[in-house]
Design a binder for this molecule. Structure first.
Ligand SMILES: [Zn+2]
Length: 273
C-alpha cells in the first residue's frame, strides 16, 4: 500500500472521530452547555456507553434508538460523522495530489493540512449551527480564524513561502471588505456573522490561489441564489425570510478550492494572456 493511501485512510478515520465531536459542538454551543459534560440520552438521561459512542457504527448497532429507553437518535449524527470522514479523506487526497514534488510531504505541508482540517471542521459545525439557529456564533468563528492564521504562519516559518501568507492576508481583507459592503447595502440580507466568517474563508481561499478566491467567492452567491430561488419556488419561505448564508459561503469556498485553479487558468487562456 502506498503512503498516500495510508494517509488518506487515516484522515478518514480521524474525520469520523472529529465529526462525532462536531455533532457535540453544534448541539451544545447554541444551547450554552459545556463541551466537557458526558453524553446522555435526551429521553432517559442514561449516559451513553463508550461502545455506542463509536462514530457511525454505534448508531448502526443501536439501529438509531437508545439502548435503554428506545428514544430515536437522529440520523443526522452518523451522517455528519460520515460526511466529515469523507471531507477529511477527500481534502487529504487533494492535498497530496497537489504537493509540488514526488517526495514525501514536508513538515510545512502537514501544518497546512492541519490548518485546512480546522477550516473544514469549522465549516461543518457552522453549517449545522447556521441551519439550526440562523446564527454564526463568534465563539466558533473567532477561535477557528485565529487557529488557522497561527497554523498558516507556522507553515511559513517552516518554509511554505511567505508570499502565500500575503495572498491569504489579501484574500481575508478583500472578502471581508466585500461582505461588509454587501451588508452596508442590504443589512437585511446579510448577517454580521457572515462578514466575520469572510475573514476565515477569504484567508483560506487566498492561500490556495487567486483562482480559488474568485471562484469561491462567486460560487457562494451562485449556490445561495439557486437554493434561495428553489425555496421561493416551493413557497417554503417568504420573500423576507432570511436564508442562512454561512453554509453557501463555506460550500462555495470548497468549490473554489477544488476547481478554482483550473477555472482561473481557463479564463486567462480565453482572455489571451
Ligand atoms: Zn434513553
Amino acid at each position: 500500500m502506498s503512503a498516500s493511501v495510508l494517509v488518506v485512510a487515516l484522515a478518514a478515520l480521524l474525520g469520523v472521530v472529529i465529526g462525532s465531536f462536531l455533532n457535540v459542538v453544534a448541539l451544545r454551543v447554541p444551547a450554552g452547555v459545556s463541551l466537557l459534560r458526558e453524553s446522555r440520552c435526551p429521553g432517559c438521561d442514561t449516559p451513553v456507553a463508550w461502545r455506542h459512542n463509536v462514530p457511525v457504527l454505534g448508531w448502526l448497532v443501536l439501529r438509531g434508538r437508545c439502548a435503554t429507553c428506545g428514544t430515536s437518535i437522529p440520523g443526522r449524527y452518523p451522517l455528519v460523522e460520515a460526511v466529515t470522514g469523507l471531507a477529511y479523506a477527500g481534502g487529504t487526497a487533494l492535498w497530496w495530489h497537489r504537493l509540488p514534488y514526488a517526495d514525501l510531504p514536508q513538515a510545512s505541508d502537514w501544518v497546512v493540512l492541519a490548518a485546512f482540517g480546522v477550516f473544514v471542521s469549522a465549516g461543518i459545525v457552522l453549517t449545522l449551527i447556521d441551519l439550526d439557529t440562523q446564527r454564526l456564533p463568534d465563539v466558533v468563528v473567532l477561535p477557528s480564524t485565529v487557529v488557522t492564521a497561527v497554523l498558516l504562519t507556522l507553515a511559513c516559518l517552516l518554509g511554505a513561502g511567505w508570499e502565500r501568507l500575503a495572498h491569504a492576508g489579501i484574500g481575508a481583507v478583500g472578502l471581508w471588505a466585500f461582505y461588509a459592503l454587501v451588508r452596508l447595502v442590504r443589512p437585511d440580507g446579510m448577517g454580521g456573522g457572515d462578514v466575520k466568517l469572510a475573514v476565515l474563508v477569504g484567508g483560506c481561499l487566498g492561500w490556495v490561489g487567486w483562482g480559488a478566491l474568485f471562484v469561491g467567492a462567486l460560487a457562494a452567491f451562485v449556490l445561495g441564489g439557486v437554493f434561495g430561488l428553489a425555496l421561493l419556488a416551493r413557497r417554503r419561505s417568504g420573500r423576507r425570510t432570511t436564508v442562512p448564508f454561512g453554509p453557501w459561503m463555506l460550500g462555495g469556498s470548497w468549490v473554489g478550492i477544488v476547481v478554482g485553479q483550473a477555472v482561473g487558468d481557463a479564463y486567462w487562456r480565453l482572455a489571451g494572456l
